[in-house]
Design a protein. Structure first.
Length: 313
């Protein structure tokens, strides 16, 4: 019975872990309050980068080790690193990246909430921006433009390649905080950095407020061309055996070359056959000579007889 109860408890625990955590509104307000007023391009990069909390820690360490690199120069230097492009873009804002590293639980919760409840996250950002507008804190200035577009509060940099990274106290800019159970994380202030230069060629995610989502740029994997040495296949040289014909003159010319060697039986048969043909031809020639001589003698004798008969008359 105890084993059965233990198995049921393990099954329930596994099912709970498999289901993503659902953040209620108080938690979402506290998570998004520190970054909701950032310009849309920077906000989208922060939300996507938060889904890689381990990489955020590595990127922050890399930024501290390369503190001499600033803005676009830091982003270009980190190009070989295996991080998401949105996380690499945050290297241009070392103070913001350092605060995300100092608050690992907040970063992990923000990433999980964005992955599981993206529409609610985007709606929460809009609600926080309206509160900041009502308090008079969120408004246009020389670095950013705050506009109403189809009932959505849109924040864009005045210059596309210059992004203002403000520091603000969430407990002040939104007015009195309305959740006593969940309060936003308090980041230590950083030295004002009104602008950071980001590479033009660096693809940025785009915010779609109508659909309450963020569109990530498509990452194209270019094929890797490997130059291999060209292998030339040359035809093999086939050594064919010499042809031995049954002609008499070839057999005779071959004898001095293979003196003292015995030919195979089939070659000896060819040689005997050639000798027989040669002897047969010799016999025919001798018989023909004899017959030719005999015919001549008979002709001479006939002539002598004719002459003798005419003489007697």
């Amino acid at each position: 019975m105890k084993a059965l109860i233990a198995a049921l408890l393990l099954a329930v625990a596994a099912s709970v872990q498999a289901q993503p955590r659902v953040y209620h509104q108080a938690e979402l307000d506290a998570l998004l309050a520190p970054v909701a007023l950032y310009p849309d391009p920077l906000l989208s990069q922060v939300l996507i980068a938060a889904t890689y909390p381990d990489d955020v820690r590595e990127a922050a360490a890399w930024s501290r080790a390369n503190a001499h690199l600033k803005g676009e120069e830091a982003v270009r230097a980190a190009n070989p690193m295996p991080w998401d492009p949105s996380l690499k873009a945050l290297l241009a804002y070392p103070d913001l990246l350092a605060r995300m590293d100092e608050s690992p639980q907040w970063t992990a919760d923000l990433g999980q909430a964005f992955l599981a409840q993206e529409p609610q996250v985007m709606e929460t950002v809009q609600a926080l921006r309206r509160r900041a507008q009502a308090s008079g804190f969120l408004q246009s200035d020389g670095y950013q433009s705050v506009q109403e577009q189809d009932s959505y509060v849109v924040v864009q940099p005045v210059q596309s390649h210059v992004v203002y990274v403000p520091w603000y106290n969430p407990l002040v800019v939104y007015g009195p905080w309305w959740w006593h159970s969940h309060r936003p994380v308090a980041w230590r202030p950083w030295h004002p950095r009104p602008a950071a230069f980001v590479s033009f060629s660096f693809a940025r995610p785009s915010v779609d407020w109508h659909r309450h989502r963020i569109h990530r740029p498509v990452r194209v994997q270019r094929p890797v061309h490997v130059q291999r040495p060209v292998q030339v296949h040359r035809p093999r040289k086939v050594e064919r055996p010499a042809r031995i014909h049954n002609h008499v003159h070839q057999a005779q010319t071959a004898r001095p070359i293979i003196q003292g060697a015995q030919l195979p039986p089939r070659f000896r048969a060819y040689e005997n056959r050639s000798q027989a043909r040669q002897e047969h031809r010799s016999d025919n020639r001798a018989r023909f000579r004899q017959e030719s001589r005999g015919g001549g003698n008979r002709g001479n004798r006939g002539g002598n007889r004719g002459n003798g008969g005419r003489g007697r008359n």
